[in-house]
Design a binder for this molecule. Structure first.
Ligand code: SAH
Length: 282
């Protein structure tokens, strides 16, 4: 079977457990299957692009907020993420009281897990509902205040646990707002931002890294011609062009993460990679 760009419209319907249920209900994507007996020149042309149909995908901030409003948040996991658990010693590297940054934090329970171990957490998330739910579902009180340097933004804090969550567009955040970080946990963030924004994203992340920062990053590998995302495909080669000039990049683990969900997305292979990225000077 090969995939070519002569479009047949297929409406995808997925169970509630889907990464983003409504997303798939609302949108179509163009996909055509042709038998391997036929030559499919346009498919070849498509494959010359490393990112397939994903290169120009754009998700507006308002769309993310709507998914939260409708509670269509299949990406949220009720348990601490395995990659973080498995690699926490490498991230901490013997340090205590580390400042963790969570880009696009959602209501990840990983933030509470780290705070309970005595680390501090700063997250950025556009959805106010996600931030309030994080504190409420974890039985934490919180204060809220405006962030004068970012018009319209608010920061929600639990001072006892040292968790501060900024409600704003990630690209409005910078080290001038809350300093640099000793660790970053990037799950569902680089893979969720619009593919065209990756250079801007990498520059921001690098600017937030303290000299001793250890940045744990999850990426997902699959054939982007078969599924439009999010989560998006981020090839290892691109990591090197994004971070390689100023950072060392180590592949910590690579696991087959294929489940029924990915089969429903139409994928034939789905790999989860964990990388440790550290500034070259450290
Ligand atoms: N890291 C979280 C959430 C992943 S989904 C987890 O692992 O569960 C991506 C999240 O990023 C969503 O909650 C969405 O509301 C938020 N988001 C997307 N684009 C954003 C942006 N530009 N600035 C801030 N938040 C954003």
């Amino acid at each position: 079977m090969c995939i070519c760009s002569n479009p047949v419209r297929i409406i995808h319907s997925h169970p509630v457990s889907s990464y983003m249920n409504a997303f798939h209900k609302q949108f179509f994507f163009s996909l055509s299957r042709c038998s391997s007996l036929f030559t499919c020149g346009r498919a070849k042309a498509n494959r010359t692009s490393m990112f397939g149909q994903q290169a120009d995908r754009v998700m507006a901030l308002g769309e993310w907020e709507e998914y939260w409003q409708r509670n269509e948040i299949g990406f949220h996991q009720p348990q601490v993420h395995k990659i973080l658990k498995n690699n926490i010693d490498k991230v901490l590297n013997g340090r205590k009281g580390v400042r963790f940054f969570f880009p696009l934090c959602g209501k990840a329970v990983d933030m509470k897990w780290l705070a309970d171990m005595g680390h501090s957490v700063v997250g950025v998330e556009i959805s106010e509902k996600a931030i309030r739910q994080f504190f409420e579902e974890n039985n934490m009180t919180y204060t809220e205040e405006p962030v004068p340097a970012i018009p319209g933004a608010k920061v929600y804090k639990n001072s006892e646990k040292n968790i501060s969550l900024y409600q704003c567009d990630l690209y409005a955040f910078s080290s001038s707002i809350d300093g640099q970080f000793g660790a970053i946990w990037d799950r569902g963030s680089l893979v969720a931002i619009n593919p065209a924004d990756r250079e801007k994203y990498a520059a921001l992340i690098i600017s937030l890294m303290a000299k001793d920062c250890r940045y744990l990053l999850e990426t997902l590998l699959y054939n982007p011609d078969l599924y439009e995302g999010p989560p998006f495909f981020v090839p290892d080669e691109q990591l090197h062009s994004l971070f390689g000039s100023s950072c060392d990049i180590e592949l910590l683990q690579s696991v087959d993460a294929m489940t029924d969900l990915q089969r429903q997305w139409g994928l034939d292979k789905f790999t989860q990679n964990a990388h440790l990225i550290t500034p070259k000077s450290s």
